[in-house]
Design a protein around this ligand. Structure first.
Ligand code: PXP
Length: 250
């Protein structure tokens, strides 16, 4: 059974440092440097999503992160043979399987585990065999949680994007309904023995209610932190997120 002990971990997603770099096609800003600074600022892990179209993180970035990091790398990837081969070569601490559509701007929804149970069970088995902690990114939906559990995932990451969008649009009733769903599904997943993570779209305004759920062990946060670092610097931006998470937890 997952244990509740230990502080809530913060995984800093550095994809959008690479987005800015790639806008000009040069070498800066360097996502590896950002990852090292994030580590110093108290990130418990670094998350990077190698997308099929390499729109932000690239293969050499993953090589560099594997070499440079002292904290665990959470390697986000689609369930494709190409990504599986890359993960098996690097054996990162964790892999998070996410849905990916070429035309989307970001990871729009959770993975449809229930529809592809057999395929995903076969897909994650070799990753588990080499020691990667396998996480599945899903909506707060009991059917998806049950399926993630059946295929042998150790972790689920619940998609907080809808909750954050409702907040940003001022749709507070819908936001609160989604928050209640997230709370219930965190508790449910925990009863199955799954480790529960959450992320997507989180900001200073939305992080605390999610951080307050006792079953949540890790939050993965990127876009907002990289944007905020323009104004206050990466390390102060991370430190403030850390402070809010700790405050929510006490
Ligand atoms: N968790 C997962 C599984 C993601 O795909 C992403 C986005 O790459 C995040 C967390 C972080 O989302 P954001 O960049 O909106 O904070």
């Amino acid at each position: 059974m997952t244990n509740y002990a230990g502080r809530l971990r913060l995984g800093v997603n550095i994809d959008h440092v690479a987005t800015v770099r790639n806008a000009r096609g040069g070498a800066y800003p360097d996502p590896i440097r950002a990852a090292k600074l994030a580590e110093e600022a108290g990130a418990d892990g670094i998350t990077a999503h190698l997308r099929e179209d390499r729109r932000h993180i690239t293969d050499p970035d993953i090589d560099g992160l594997m070499e440079a990091l002292s904290v665990p790398l959470n390697f986000e990837m689609a369930a494709t043979d190409e990504m599986q081969a890359i993960a098996l070569r690097h054996k990162p601490h964790a892999v998070c399987i996410v849905p990916e559509k070429r035309e989307e701007r970001t990871t729009e929804g959770g993975l449809e585990v229930a529809r592809e149970e057999n395929k995903l069970a076969h897909f994650i088995a070799p990753l588990r065999d080499v020691g990667c902690r396998v996480s599945i990114f899903i909506a707060a939906d009991q059917k998806q949680i049950d399926a993630a559990n059946r295929i042998g995932a150790q972790v689920i990451e619940l998609h907080t994007g809808a909750y954050c969008d409702f907040h940003a649009e001022g749709k507070f009733d819908e936001r609160d309904e989604e928050l209640a769903r997230l709370r219930d599904m965190c508790a449910y997943a925990h009863t199955l023995g799954l480790e529960v993570h959450a992320g997507h779209g989180l900001t200073y305004d939305t992080v605390k209610p999610i951080a307050a759920f006792p079953e949540v062990m890790e939050l993965n946060i990127g876009h907002f932190l990289i944007g905020e670092s323009i104004f206050r610097g990466l390390q102060p931006a991370i430190a403030e997120m850390r402070r809010l998470m700790d405050e929510a937890r006490t």
